[in-house]
Design a protein around this ligand. Structure first.
Ligand SMILES: Nc1ncnc2c1ncn2[C@@H]1O[C@H](COP(=O)(O)OP(=O)(O)O)[C@@H](O)[C@H]1O
Ligand SMILES: [Mg+2]
Length: 267
């Protein structure tokens, strides 16, 4: 077992005492970020899947392959300090896109979210203000849709439906209100109008309130070629069932296209 928390604390790269005898589970900054157990704190509250909790831009496995994109992302995260400034330029959103899965979109989105958590925590302390408990939130849209289906299918027993509905609405509130959010995998297939409406509501709320959002998707925001009805969805316009929200999203959003083949299962 590792003696210090140097390799399981997001703050390590910025921390004076990382790896020293003070780098223990008793460290208040470690507890604030990761909780006593390492699975709580602000990182736990952000809802990141366990595999992505310690991903940073510096250690991301996608960094070498997607070097050009990471250079852009470094410039992007340099704007995160604006969260502490009133009335400055807004922080943009990012749309991480690739047609094929396994190109590092989710990994990269998690690294950006972790950067936000770090900037928020350190920046708040530097300014003498209390860091928020949930400054960022990760919504896995697929599992959120599974929860939706678990309380909307006919004849679902209450003991399944009730907790699913509770998880669903809690996640929805978090995704709406967190100062920054990742909406992971918004290229949905087979969704009902009800679910579509709830996803639309989250994005609409975030766009309207100028909250930065990192989207990942295997669909473009707007497909420019001819569409064949039976092969829909081609893009977010098909997902939302209207053009307006996709247009508003595109405004204030940089699209980063992830190239290369899939790295899934190649650990
Ligand atoms: N460019 C890359 N180089 C090495 N490993 C990668 C790369 N991109 C992704 N991976 C690995 O492949 C797996 C899938 O990556 P993920 O970020 O989930 O892809 P996506 O969200 O684009 O489908 C992860 O285990 C990740 O660490
Ligand atoms: Mg993904």
């Amino acid at each position: 077992m590792e003696k210090t928390n140097k390799n399981r604390c997001l703050l390590a790269a910025k921390c004076r005492v990382a790896g020293t005898s003070e780098c223990t589970n008793q460290c208040s900054a470690f507890i604030a970020m990761h909780g006593l157990s390492g699975a709580g704190g602000r990182v736990g509250a952000a809802g990141l899947p366990a595999d992505y909790r310690l991903v940073t831009l510096a250690n991301s496995p996608a960094r070498t392959e997607q070097a050009k994109i990471y250079a852009k992302i470094n410039d992007y995260v340099a704007t995160f300090d604006r969260q502490f400034e009133e009335g400055t330029e807004r922080i943009k959103s990012l749309y991480l896109f690739s047609e094929s899965p396994g190109t590092g979109k989710t990994t990269t989105a998690a690294a950006i979210l972790n950067e936000w958590l770090t900037v928020h925590y350190v920046g708040s302390l530097q300014r003498g203000v209390q860091p928020m408990q949930r400054p960022a939130y990760f919504l896995d849209v697929n599992s959120w849709q599974t929860d939706y289906n678990n309380f909307n299918r006919p004849k679902v027993p209450d003991n399944i439906a009730e907790p699913a509905a509770k998880r669903f609405y809690t996640a929805m509130e978090n995704a709406k209100h967190a100062p920054m959010a990742v909406l992971d995998d918004i290229g949905l297939r087979d969704c009902t109008d009800g679910f579509r409406g709830d996803l639309h509501a989250i994005i609409n709320h975030r766009v309207t309130n100028a909250k930065p959002t990192i989207y990942t998707s295997n669909l473009p925001i707007k497909y420019m070629d001819t569409k064949v009805a039976t092969l829909m969805p081609y893009d977010l316009i098909d997902v939302f069932g209207e053009e307006r929200l996709a247009d508003r999203m595109r405004d204030q959003c940089a699209v980063l296209s992830f190239g290369g083949g899939s790295f899934r299962g190649r650990r």
